[in-house]
Ligand binder design. Structure first.
Ligand SMILES: [Zn+2]
Length: 476
């Protein structure tokens, strides 16, 4: 038994190693690993098939969660030996993982990370935020760290990061994966980093002024706030040394008015990763040099030699028709701690397999990612994303960068209603401005909402992940 478990792990690791080209430095200026980054569709699928054929026996032998699910479905690991077979395996959603953790605390049985491996090559513990249930905790290994750093370096190389850059990381280093993963990738690339956790806006503005970073890492909300802080000091962010805004935590590129506001304010290009703590802590998705510069607009590549990405219909959870919008699903082929077979990440996007002007054939998420199914607001049966409100508000000149969405139930008849609060110097009761905002929102979500305009700087500034929705509705 032990031999079989270990053999499947050894086979899986050997297959991964076979496809780990250019582990420590970029092969050329366009692509870190030309054989992998520039692979044709057929070559990518052949790599995925070879890895899947060793991933499924590895999961079966090393994870009780997967073994029981295979047995329950009447499948043997060899029944899923290539991407064509994945459809036999129903998608796994968060609730299934949450039950696994609740029944088998504290790590759950889905992981293949044993206590022995943790003691012999453990790296670091990470956690989900727990906003939608019990936080799930992941113990990553040194092998995970190495694949994570390598794939992030490949992604940041595609984004246009070069050794002469200096990166200013404006976030603390908690148990969330993004900052650590970026740091590991930057270290591999030989790019200098200024850690900027635990500082206020004034201190950070001072660092931009004095130490001249070329890349800012923060949320889009914070990039807007920091730009305003520089302006209040009499400085023009667009005249600063910053050329790239590496945004995370909230969608930036997918929301046109937010993207344009940021690009105008800083005179900089926005770049993004895409992933989620459970399925793809390394960059599942990343910006390439061609995004925003051709007729296809804004998109992210998904790194298909290390993960398999699909979209499914939100209702049936069956594969979307090609070219149709669906929810993202990830199969991670390279994680020792957090292996995932068809995990429902749950962001809406449309996948496009056509080759990109940058030379990559890795599938593209068109329009990037603008909303996770979990964030969807349902108001009287009409569903929309907070990002749709953001798009409407940010398109109106003169409004502040912050806004809030308040959902409540009316005392008089119990009807659920929504109010959007925005900032403007001409604040006050109903006016042409409140009417303009309400009309913009209505054209976006087809709902008439209340609008309140308050004085500038009345709403709290968001430093990390913005929480702009307050739900005070009576629960039925
Ligand atoms: Zn590209």
């Amino acid at each position: 038994m032990t031999d079989r478990r270990e053999n499947t792990r050894v086979n899986w690791l050997a297959t991964l190693a076979k496809f780990k080209d250019d582990p420590d430095r970029a092969a050329d200026s366009a692509m870190w690993s030309p054989r992998l980054d520039g692979a044709s569709r057929d070559e990518l699928i052949a790599i995925q098939n070879e890895k899947l054929a060793v991933v499924t026996p590895f999961l079966y032998e090393n994870s009780d969660f997967y073994r029981k699910r295979f047995d329950r479905l009447g499948l043997a690991p060899t029944d899923i030996a290539g991407v064509e077979d994945l459809v036999k395996w129903p998608v796994v959603d968060k609730s299934e993982m949450t039950v696994d953790v609740e029944v088998n605390p504290p790590f759950g049985n889905y992981t293949t990370m044993s206590d022995d491996i943790w003691r012999s090559r453990g790296w670091m513990l990470f956690s989900t935020s727990g906003t939608t249930g019990t936080p799930r905790v992941f113990r990553y290994s040194q092998i995970d760290r190495e694949y994570w750093a390598w794939s992030n370096a490949r992604a940041m190389h595609a984004m246009g990061f070069v050794p002469s850059d200096t990166v200013f990381m404006m976030t603390g280093y908690g148990t969330h994966v993004w900052a650590w993963g970026v740091q590991m990738g930057l270290a591999k690339m030989g790019i200098g980093l200024i850690p900027g956790g635990g500082m206020d806006g004034e201190m950070r503005a001072g660092i931009v002024e004095r130490f001249k970073p070329t890349v800012l890492c923060c949320t889009p909300s914070y990039a807007l706030y920091l730009g305003r802080t520089l302006q209040e000091r009499g400085l023009d962010p667009a005249a600063s040394t910053v050329t790239k805004l590496f945004c995370a935590g909230e969608p930036a590129m997918a929301i046109g008015p937010t993207r344009e506001k940021l690009q105008d304010l800083w005179g900089a290009r926005i770049v993004e990763f895409y992933g989620c703590t459970e399925a793809a802590p390394q960059a599942g998705g990343y910006t390439c040099a061609a995004t925003g510069r051709d007729d296809n607009g804004y998109f992210l590549h998904l790194m298909e030699d290390i993960q398999v990405w699909e979209t499914v219909d939100p209702e049936s959870l069956q594969p979307s028709v090609p070219g149709q919008r669906g929810l993202s699903v990830c199969t991670n082929l390279v994680s020792e701690s957090s292996p995932q077979l068809r995990f429902l990440v749950g962001d809406f996007t449309t996948l496009n397999q056509d080759g990109c002007a940058c030379g990559r054939n890795h599938v593209r998420a068109m329009g990037c990612f603008s909303g996770r199914a979990d964030d969807l607001i349902n108001l009287r049966g009409i569903k929309f994303f907070p990002t749709q409100i953001e798009k409407a508000v940010r398109a109106i000149p003169g409004l502040g960068d912050e806004f809030q969405i308040v959902l409540s139930s009316r005392d008089v008849d119990g009807m659920d209603v929504m109010k959007v609060v925005a900032e403007h110097p001409d604040h006050g009761p109903a006016s042409a401005l409140t009417e303009q905002i309400a009309a913009a929102i209505r054209s976006e979500i087809e709902l008439r909402v209340d609008v309140e305009v308050v004085a500038p700087n009345s709403l709290p500034k968001t430093e990390f992940k913005a929480n702009r929705v307050t739900d005070q509705r009576a629960k039925t």
